[in-house]
Ligand binder design. Sequence first.
Ligand SMILES: Nc1nc2c(ncn2[C@@H]2O[C@H](COP(=O)(O)OP(=O)(O)OP(=O)(O)O)[C@@H](O)[C@H]2O)c(=O)[nH]1
Ligand SMILES: [Mg+2]
Ligand SMILES: [Zn+2]
Length: 296
Amino acid sequence: MSAGKIVKALSGYYYVLLEQGGQVIQCRARGVFKKRGITPLVGDHVKVELSNDEEGTVVEVMPRSTFLLRPPVANVDLAVLVFSVTEPALNWQLLDKFLVHVEHAGLDAVICLTKTDLANEDEQRKLEQTKHMYEKIGYPVMETSARAGTGLRMLEEAMQGGTAVLAGQSGVGKSSLINALVPGKQMETGAISMRLGRGRHTTRHVELIPLEAGGVVADTPGFSQLDFAAVETEQLGSCFREFVPLAEHCKFRGCLHRSEPSCAVREAAETGQLFSSRYAHYELFYDELKDRKRRY
Ligand SMILES: Nc1nc2c(ncn2[C@@H]2O[C@H](COP(=O)(O)OP(=O)(O)OP(=O)(O)O)[C@@H](O)[C@H]2O)c(=O)[nH]1
Ligand SMILES: [Mg+2]
Ligand SMILES: [Zn+2]
């Protein structure tokens, strides 16, 4: 048996980078995983049984430090939430939803705004508002353009040394960022009109790519729909970073920050100490979670 790490998953195959020797082996996963409801993920540390020099079977998945199901990756330290300033338009509601997922999974996050070369005046204003708001909340915000080659070093610095994942809607420019960052790497990228016309996503697999500065980054398929699979209503407040210190002053422990008396979070929202969109999205997601529970 050999130890390795899954660096790519595609069409039912797992590509495992062996710890010893450094070659990549094409593997199937042992059938028993499916029965147990375990899906090996890119980033997983695994044990493989080799059939020959090029093929093997994943027989064991080692415990994970972190994992995300959307995009599907394990053992990631940093989520880079990629949002373009245009095509598709920057959407704070979706950004807050991504942040809930990432906080819930216990990952660090940075926000990467892309395609800054395309921003018109309105979009430039929105970009600046976004930067102001999310940096105040505590997330680094980077401005990049793969086309113009700007902001890339800062992004690389944020990712270097660990395992990062690029997450974001289809067409925001995740693969283009990788191509601009990693010499010699050419991920497939897709023109917007074609993709939307056919409803297709350009990247369809997750892949770990080594960075020159050290560390790895995962390119992932884009998505726009995201549900709160694993989040409980009681946990939602703690996924809004800036609510956490306020919540200590709520009268009731386990306060849900909706209609409880003496709720420090709601009071902060009412007096303008919280960004209004953040509290509005909290309410929206809360109702979505409640609704989901009712349907079961
Ligand atoms: N002008 C401009 N266009 C960009 C930039 N980055 C990406 N694009 C274009 O946006 C389109 C989508 O880019 P991709 O890199 O394929 O987007 P993606 O996020 O990887 O999309 P999926 O793989 O479907 O998730 C392509 O036509 C790119 O050329 C940028 O910084 N500026
Ligand atoms: Mg892509
Ligand atoms: Zn409260």
